[in-house]
Design a protein around this ligand. Structure first.
Ligand code: SIN
Ligand code: FE
Length: 275
């Protein structure tokens, strides 16, 4: 699956009432004024400050979306069942067009995903999106395949340097004074975090690299490995999303994973063997 797997309607239950509730929250007087995340393992919503009643309903809707996506993926992508870690879900209530964000946070620039707080050690980032806007499409640009992208730009981005430096064991041993401890990152994770920023900063790549525009209409649902498919969101409002980390050992085509592509290019291992 090198591109985007598209469904015109969600291939699972999604009640109209849930959608109406979510959309109605985006008003000037509402507390839902930024992206909220949902942690399935704790059944907790983050980034929302509002009344306990609204929080409870929001949490219930997110839990239901998450559970529906999970049961769909477990059947539809059966080989990955048992080989993934369920990551966060999110509700994205903001209009994506024209958001004023610092460059590394801008999702309207082509990039591949990497999470600073959740290193994958070579596992893949699979995301399921649903556009719940009643009429507006969610508009993406999708870039060239990862092997082509890496061939063009990984060395320029310093792949060999990251490969030689290895992982962050030394620094990870020092706990941070405040907040969460620094996660243990493999050379792969460190490179991918850098590559994400490098691509967003690279004006030539942004303007000249091949890309296709995709419009996801209302209620479309799509699955994409966002670590390997360069993407940018140009417009649209109100989306739901659930993320999975597919472990390297569970992959059906491990040779297509970004870590394998990069290891081949630099001739070194970029993470410890999958377990
Ligand atoms: C992303 O760049 O990962 C977000 C895309 C979206 O919200 O449509
Ligand atoms: Fe992204």
């Amino acid at each position: 699956m090198n591109r985007v797997l598209y469904f015109p309607h969600p291939p699972f239950e999604f009640p109209d009432a849930d959608r109406e509730f979510l959309i109605s929250q985006k008003r000037a007087d509402s507390a839902v004024h930024k992206n909220v995340s949902y942690r399935p393992a704790e059944n907790k919503v983050r980034g929302f400050e509002g009344s306990p009643e609204v929080l409870e309903r929001l949490t219930g809707i997110m839990r239901n979306y998450s559970q529906q996506v999970v049961s769909f993926v477990r059947h539809f992508l059966a080989p990955y069942d048992g080989g993934y870690k369920l990551d966060f879900a999110s509700f994205r209530p903001l209009e994506e067009e024209g958001r004023a964000l610092p460059i590394h946070k801008r999702n309207d620039l082509l990039h591949v995903d990497a999470f600073p707080t959740r290193p994958t050690h070579g596992g893949r980032i699979l995301r399921v999106f649903t556009n719940i806007h009643p009429i507006k499409p969610r508009v993406w640009n999708v870039g060239e395949n990862f092997p082509v992208l890496a061939e063009h730009l990984a060395q320029d981005a310093g792949l060999n340097r990251f490969a030689a430096a290895g992982d962050t064991t030394r620094w990870a041993a020092i706990p941070r004074a405040f907040g969460a401890p620094i996660p243990h990152r493999s050379a792969y994770d460190r490179f991918m975090l850098h590559f994400h920023d490098f691509l967003k900063e690279n004006a030539t790549f942004q303007t000249d690299s091949p890309k296709i525009r995709m419009e996801f209409p209302s209620m479309a649902t799509w699955l994409v490995f966002t670590d390997g498919v360069p993407h940018a969101v140009l417009g649209g409002q109100h989306a739901l999303e659930q993320t999975f980390i597919i472990s390297r050992g569970a992959l059906v085509k491990p040779e297509a994973a970004p870590i394998s592509v990069l290891e081949k290019l630099c001739g070194r291992a970029l993470a410890a063997n999958p377990h």
